[in-house]
Design a protein around this ligand. Structure first.
Ligand code: UDX
Length: 475
């Protein structure tokens, strides 16, 4: 009698928290749906995140979920900082790609990998998968609007919108991205579009990774139809097998029902510092501004001080995540929190090294979020109905913040400015002067987000379709 093959998925995230975190939630959704899962992580991430080990031990009772490591191709002492993250783009293509092939061939015959889900900037996995005859789906962790802008870069070049120089007018309208004709300015494009040299390997990397996606069996996006429907229609005309299943963290909670989550809210990767939830308990309803710039962005010492003066001068209480690597070190500089800030936050501010962000955003005392507009943070804010001040820095963040301020209208955009007067004004606008209209828009969006992950909602149904399609590609 022929032995039935066990459906076994290999998930390959890009090795940075903003990518690992939604991928691990997708892994858990697929695990719940009955698949065997192998989740790949790099030794670097595996070793440095204590809680990740916890996460593994929670799954040891299940033979259906296992973690495995693969090298990102960089030496152990490489800093893997935001400034040098480009090294990972190229080392994974060169070193990880052949390792992935070896790994796939090494699985036991009774449990071969029957399908792959790889990050949208790890598309070398498509070559390997297709060579070995394994179906592969791509999960791109950015917004649909950013993905579509990347996909339209050849059009931008053709229209003469790219390249531009630093001294050019950054407010000049961009009309060559279909569906965003009256919306974008140069400054709103994904940050690689600020590169003057279009032959730059990083620029080419993003263009090619986006185009490569079309070779996979399907494209998964962490967004929802009521948020980015018109843009998803444009993407769908190039990528017919498109699955918008976000916000993934909420879809996971909804489908889990009363089962306690196996995955911590931040993907289980970092220790949370300080008892900021207790601090929030003492604050009035919607009075606190939460300030956090994700897991990788860094700021200069001057920017940090301008932000701090702006926050303090606004008179509003704030909870600020200052990671130990948040401050960009200049040569000879310590990169430590400036002394004036340490002393001065005592009255109104609470500073922590890392926070349980989803819980913070859901806390009744939080009334606003000063964010770098990373896509996970944006979705977490949307689901919590918290209006945002956006201070985007890189990659998809500039276009995300444009959509927040001009399309969804649940926040305001501080792009390319960081002086104490602007920060103070933005905080007052968010927390006082424009509060009513911003909250109304944020509440509406939160409602739509919650509906789409419920049974019968668009993300719920798209996830069911994804399950069916993954199973059918395996049969
Ligand atoms: C990166 C990019 O910056 C982002 O634009 C892209 O869409 C994904 O990869 P990152 O910069 O880390 O991610 O930002 P973001 O996408 O917002 O992800 C940060 C995650 O860390 C969020 O899930 C957030 O909840 C979590 N976090 C952040 C915490 O749990 N605690 C914190 O204190 C700060």
């Amino acid at each position: 009698m022929e032995q039935q093959t066990v459906p076994h998925l290999l998930l390959i995230p890009f090795p940075a928290l903003g990518h690992i975190s939604p991928m691990i939630k997708l892994a858990e959704l697929l695990y719940q749906a009955g698949f065997h899962i192998t989740f790949l992580n790099t030794p670097h991430n595996y070793d440095r995140h204590l809680r990740f080990t916890d996460l593994q031990s929670r799954f040891t009772s299940s033979p259906r979920f296992r973690f495995q490591t693969i090298s990102d191709g960089l030496p152990p002492d490489h800093p893997r900082s935001v400034q040098l993250i480009r090294d990972i783009f190229f080392s994974t293509q060169l070193v990880t790609k052949p390792l992935l092939r070896d790994l796939l061939l090494s699985f036991p015959q009774d449990l071969p990998v029957t399908g792959i889900i790889a990050d949208g900037i790890m598309t070398f996995a498509i070559d390997v998968a297709q060579d070995l005859g394994i179906p592969i789906f791509i999960f791109r962790t950015c917004s649909a609007c950013a993905f579509w802008a990347y996909r339209c870069i050849p059009k931008l070049i053709e229209a003469g919108d790219l390249p531009f120089e630093d001294h050019d007018d950054m407010d000049r309208p961009i009309n060559s991205v279909p569906g965003m004709e009256t919306l974008l300015r140069r400054r709103d494009l994904p940050s690689i579009c600020r590169m003057k040299d279009l032959e730059n390997p990083v620029f080419q990397f993003f263009v090619n990774e986006t185009l490569n996606t079309a070779r996979a069996s399907g494209l998964i996006l962490n967004t929802f139809d009521d948020l980015e429907g018109p843009i998803l229609s444009h993407i769908g005309s190039h990528f017919p097998q498109l699955y918008s299943i976000g916000p993934i963290h909420t879809l996971l909670k909804t489908r889990q029902g009363d089962t306690p989550p196996s995955v911590a809210s931040n993907g289980g990767l970092w220790e949370e510092g300080g008892n900021c939830l207790a601090w929030l308990e003492s604050k009035p309803f919607k009075s606190v501004l939460y300030v956090s710039f994700g897991s990788i962005v860094s700021v200069t010492r001057d920017e940090l001080l301008e932000l701090w003066y702006g926050l303090v001068n606004s008179g509003k209480p704030f909870l600020w995540v200052i990671r130990k690597d948040l401050i960009a070190r200049k040569e000879g500089e310590e990169g430590e929190i400036p002394a004036e800030l340490e002393g001065g936050t005592k009255e109104r501010g609470c500073v922590v090294g890392w926070a349980p962000q989803e819980e913070v955003l859901a806390h009744p005392a939080v009334g606003g979020f000063l964010t770098h507009s990373g896509w996970n943070s944006t979705l977490e804010s949307i689901i919590a109905g918290v209006p945002m001040i956006c201070w985007p820095q890189l990659s998809d963040q500039p276009i995300n913040s444009r959509f927040v301020s001009e399309v969804w209208r649940n926040g305001i955009d501080m792009k390319d400015r960081c002086d104490r007067v602007t920060v103070e004004k933005m905080v007052r606008d968010l927390m006082v002067d424009q509060r009513e209209e911003l909250e109304k828009a944020a509440d509406k969006m939160a409602d739509l987000a919650r509906k789409c992950v419920r049974e019968g909602g668009s993300s719920y149904c798209n996830f069911e379709r994804l399950l069916e399609d993954i199973r059918s590609t395996m049969s």
